[in-house]
Design a protein around this ligand. Structure first.
Ligand code: PEP
Length: 252
């Protein structure tokens, strides 16, 4: 990997105070000697204070899994970027396929959330990815291009510099089916080239991470590909030993 790596856990709606304490402490101690790879966990909102307490002052960073496109107001149940920043978050996931599919978030809202996060100095982890039907119809590149362009057009290419892109084929999320390293590499290269068509330097520097059933035993071969700079990890981020191994796999 030419760029520094990033491995981020997406805990989704899992955890409780006791289990989190153990998991966070194990991640901190287990990744102590990690070099040239950033490690982060995106936890459910109620556990941000716990993440801040346990991870503050360590090398492990934390973030949210979603953010409102609005900064304040009558939006019952929503959480703003400023609120995430108040709890020391560095990252926030935007446009995860579960948000797109289950909560109807379209490309425009995702672009607004991306900007809202950056306005409070959070680093958005922008998820893009095709469904199985779209892949089988040979529409993968078209879908990824639309998801990416929606953000570039709305936020401007310079905003992309302060973000992370996560390629997450929907068919690989939580299914145990991983993209082959070459399938993932092809899409990562497509994303990087598309960014390069606006700005070569941003394309060369941006971290593009892969997500979709990454485990300790398949991480190394994925992370060995030229344009894969780490991973967004769901299920395996809930098991300390798995997550720690994946972090070290990103070290090369
Ligand atoms: C995810 O939720 O972003 C994800 C990649 O999940 P999993 O690793 O469980 O497929």
């Amino acid at each position: 990997m030419a760029r520094a790596g990033l491995v981020a856990g997406n805990w989704k709606m899992h955890g409780n105070l006791i289990r989190n304490q153990e998991l966070l402490a194990s991640i901190v101690s287990g990744t102590q000697s990690l070099q040239n790879v950033s490690c982060a966990v995106c936890v459910p909102y109620p556990y941000l204070a716990q993440a801040q307490l346990v991870l503050g002052g360590t090398h492990v960073e934390w973030g949210g899994q979603n953010v409102s496109q609005h900064h304040q107001g009558a939006y019952t149940g929503e959480i703003s970027a400023g609120m995430l920043a108040d709890f020391g978050c560095r990252y926030v996931i935007v446009g995860h396929s579960e948000r797109r599919t289950l909560y109807g978030e379209g490309n425009k809202v995702v672009a607004e959330k991306f900007c809202s996060a950056q306005e409070r100095l959070l680093v958005p982890i922008l998820c893009v990815g095709e469904t199985l039907a779209q892949r089988e119809a040979n529409d993968t590149e078209q879908v990824i291009a639309m998801q990416l362009d929606a953000v570039i057009d709305f936020a401007g290419i310079d905003a992309i510099r302060q973000s992370v892109i996560a390629y997450e084929p929907v068919w690989a999320i939580g299914t145990g089916k991983t993209a082959t390293p070459q399938q993932a590499q092809d899409v990562h290269a497509f994303i990087r080239n598309r960014i390069a068509s606006h700005n070569d330097e941003i394309a060369a520097d941006i971290q593009i991470i892969y997500g979709g059933s990454v485990k300790a035993d398949n991480a190394s071969e994925l992370f060995a590909m030229a344009d894969i700079d780490g991973g967004l990890i769901g299920g395996a981020s809930l098991v300390a030993s798995e997550f720690i191994s994946i972090c070290f796999a990103a070290q090369g």
